[in-house]
Design a binder for this molecule. Structure first.
Ligand code: HEC
Length: 215
């Protein structure tokens, strides 16, 4: 009995001692130990902290001017309104069946409302009379032979009543949409389709590969 009593008293004592040692009254008098201070307190400047090394004191720097993100195509250097340049402008990229499918999808989202999902210029916005200006009928002789550069410029800068789609489609996506239009035109009396992967020539294959890195 005595043995049990003393065991109880000792364990009670240990518990109280434990509780007391935990309660420091919310005031830390010692800094405690940090296992790896270099990891706890970064020596590098954190993203949003002020940085004395730069005049504007910002730690997060914008990309160097002219830098191209991985997977993005090179800048096109087209100038808005330079219609002579539009005519000869083209791309070295060649488009796979998947790219054409994606072009079709994007066309239906962004262009079909006016140009019609079967490319006849009779999209619901125009056909319903809500949009007065006739969108290009891509199956019409006037557009069947239009150069890819002119189409690219229309998607990038807009044309008369048609607005620019530069903010909705990046360069690669614009080309996918145009490849899809050109492919469909080639099956409807247009010129032979030259932007397909199967039509790639040995010398341009390398350029196309570089432009497609990381895609
Ligand atoms: C709001 C309606 C509308 C939408 C959406 C639209 N277009 Fe158009 N588009 C037009 C009209 C209208 C014209 C005729 C412009 C003219 O010649 O006056 C046109 C003309 C064009 C032309 C011929 C340009 C030229 O130089 O004659 C191309 C190519 C074209 N659009 C491509 C596209 C593509 C690609 C998209 C989708 C990214 C698109 N359009 C979305 C209304 C639209």
């Amino acid at each position: 009995m005595n043995k049990i009593k003393s065991i109880l008293i000792v364990s009670l004592g240990i518990t109280i001692a434990g509780l007391v040692s935990c309660d420091s009254g919310n005031i830390r008098r010692t800094p405690g130990h940090i296992y790896a201070p270099d990891m706890t307190y970064s020596r590098a400047y954190d993203a949003y902290t002020s940085n004395p090394n730069f005049a504007d004191s910002m730690t997060s720097r914008p990309p160097v001017a002219g830098a191209i993100a991985r997977g993005h195509v090179l800048p096109d250097h087209l100038k808005e309104g330079d219609t002579m340049a539009y005519k000869t402008f083209t791309t070295a990229v060649r488009f796979s069946e998947d790219d054409l499918k994606e072009g079709h999808r994007l066309f239906n989202i962004y262009c079909g409302i006016c140009h019609g999902t079967n490319l006849d210029g009779q999209g619901p916005l125009f056909a319903s009379g809500k949009f007065a200006s006739m969108p290009a009928n891509f199956k019409d002789a006037k557009y069947l032979h239009m150069s890819v550069g002119q189409m690219y410029a229309a998607a990038k800068y807009g044309k008369n009543m048609m607005g620019s789609y530069a903010a909705q489609l990046d360069a690669q996506q614009r080309w996918m949409v145009i490849a899809y239009i050109k492919k469909t035109q080639s099956e409807n009396g247009g010129d032979p389709f030259t932007l397909g992967e199967a039509t790639v020539k040995a010398d341009s294959a390398k350029g196309a590969m570089i432009a497609k890195v990381g895609k």
